[in-house]
Design a protein around this ligand. Structure first.
Ligand code: HEC
Ligand code: HEC
Length: 370
């Protein structure tokens, strides 16, 4: 708060306090002139005024509130708040910090989080080995956060830990209570983009099918949620021209059995042939020779009938012409490892998850429609 507003508030509150005290003391010490009959001589409509002391209980309450106000000024940052922090403190991260509403919130969140984590470890996970792994992961992450630029070595170690956590995620996905908590977390944090049923929307992948951009093994799901993902496909307009865009789109449509959408009708064979040449020299680096995609960079499989952005001719052309850049936010610092485990367990439980043993061949996910 600026000095001006600090002073403004201080002068107003102290001023009011002193003003009230002045009147109270003034009234107590004021001795009016008395008539012989014991009244002040004032009379209103036949009612005569006496001078009686104020009731004791009322005075006590009044002085009590005045003292209470003073105590507050000492306890909390109220007098020149930008300088006087008050003597109340809250505990954050093991340290006593001066009270502010923000610090109080942080302290409460930290306390709730501790309860959450211990409930997670003791009641849900019930596996001391995994608890230790999580503590390890936390340590690596704390170290990583100290680096201005993420350290590649540390990132590899972190990802190794995530792989080690895969069996625990799989176990959580079979525990109804854990799945329920995961679902609640999903509704709070993820449903906005992926939908309350996790079925996705245009540009936001469906998490219930077994078509995965980045792989559907528990560790890949953990990695996606932890670090976030950016699906980057550049615009092709300037490289291959509008004719090239149309030809490439026609070829892409020809790759799937349903040709993108019924509304696309018959495909143009000449364009498909031209498109294949363009595809072979420009697109296979990411989408693979057969167009089956690459889960290392999130390049979608173009041979199935599942479309991230839409399979009608115009949309496929737009994708190729302008490029796409879907962003999945990272959650490592926002949710913490325990919640991410529960979320991964929930996503894995949705039915599209790949078995851990498939981890070695994620690029060749079966292309099935839901
Ligand atoms: C701001 C929107 C947004 C939010 C919020 C969001 N996601 Fe995503 N998520 C995306 C997008 C976009 C992608 C696809 C990225 C791409 O296009 O490459 C994605 C991808 C994913 C994938 C990878 C799917 C695959 O096929 O490999 C998973 C798993 C996932 N999200 C889970 C979650 C979970 C769990 C949460 C909540 C903690 C969440 N997402 C919150 C936008 C979001
Ligand atoms: C650098 C790697 C890369 C190259 C090269 C590339 N793509 Fe992509 N492509 C991607 C990624 C990644 C996505 C997903 C984008 C997202 O999630 O936002 C994508 C998405 C698409 C989609 C959308 C699929 C859907 O399900 O909606 C189509 C169609 C497509 N690419 C066609 C092409 C064609 C045709 C070419 C060549 C002209 C090409 N791509 C070249 C990486 C690439």
């Amino acid at each position: 708060m600026s000095l001006f507003w600090s002073l403004w508030i201080t002068i107003l509150s102290l001023g009011c306090w002193l003003w009230i005290l002045y009147w109270l003391v003034g009234t107590l010490t004021y001795k009016p002139h008395m008539e012989e009959d014991g009244t002040t001589g004032h009379e209103y409509d036949g009612v005569r005024e006496y001078d009686r002391p104020l009731p004791k209980w009322w005075l006590i309450v009044f002085f009590g509130t005045m003292a209470w106000a003073l105590l507050y000024l000492v306890l909390y940052p109220s007098i020149v708040p930008h300088a006087w922090k008050g003597i109340t403190t809250v505990e954050i991260n093991g340290k006593q910090e001066p009270w502010t509403s923000e610090n109080e919130l942080l302290s409460d969140l930290e306390k709730n989080n501790k309860v959450f984590i211990s409930t997670f470890n003791d009641k849900i996970l019930q596996d001391p080995t995994v608890t230790k792994q999580l503590a390890n992961l936390e340590k690596l992450q704390a170290e990583q956060r100290k680096n201005a630029e993420p350290d590649a070595d540390l990132k590899a170690q972190i990802d190794q830990q995530l792989v080690a956590l895969a069996p625990a995620v799989q176990k959580l996905s079979q525990d109804p209570q854990a799945v329920k908590i995961g679902q609640r977390l999903f509704l709070q944090n993820c449903a906005l983009c992926h939908g309350s049923q996790a079925r996705g929307a245009t540009g936001y992948p469906n998490l219930t099918d077994n078509d995965w951009l980045y792989g559907g093994t528990p560790d890949k799901i953990l990695q996606t949620i932890q670090h976030g993902r950016v699906g980057a496909m550049a615009s092709w307009k300037s490289q291959i021209g509008e004719e090239g865009v149309r030809a490439a789109a026609e070829y892409v449509l020809s790759l799937s059995s349903e040709h993108g959408s019924k509304a696309n009708g018959e495909l143009n064979q000449t364009m498909i042939t031209q498109g294949k040449a363009i595809f072979d020299s420009n697109c296979t680096v990411c989408h693979g020779k057969e167009g089956k995609g690459n889960s290392d960079i999130g390049a979608p499989n173009l041979t199935d009938n599942i479309w991230l952005f839409g399979g009608d001719r115009e949309t496929v052309r737009t994708t190729i012409r302008d490029g796409r850049a879907g962003v999945m936010p990272h959650w490592d610092t926002k949710l913490g490892n325990e919640r991410i485990m529960l979320l991964a367990g929930y996503v894995y439980s949705l039915g599209g998850g790949q078995a851990i043993s498939e981890a070695t061949t994620p690029a060749t996910t079966p292309a099935t429609t839901k």
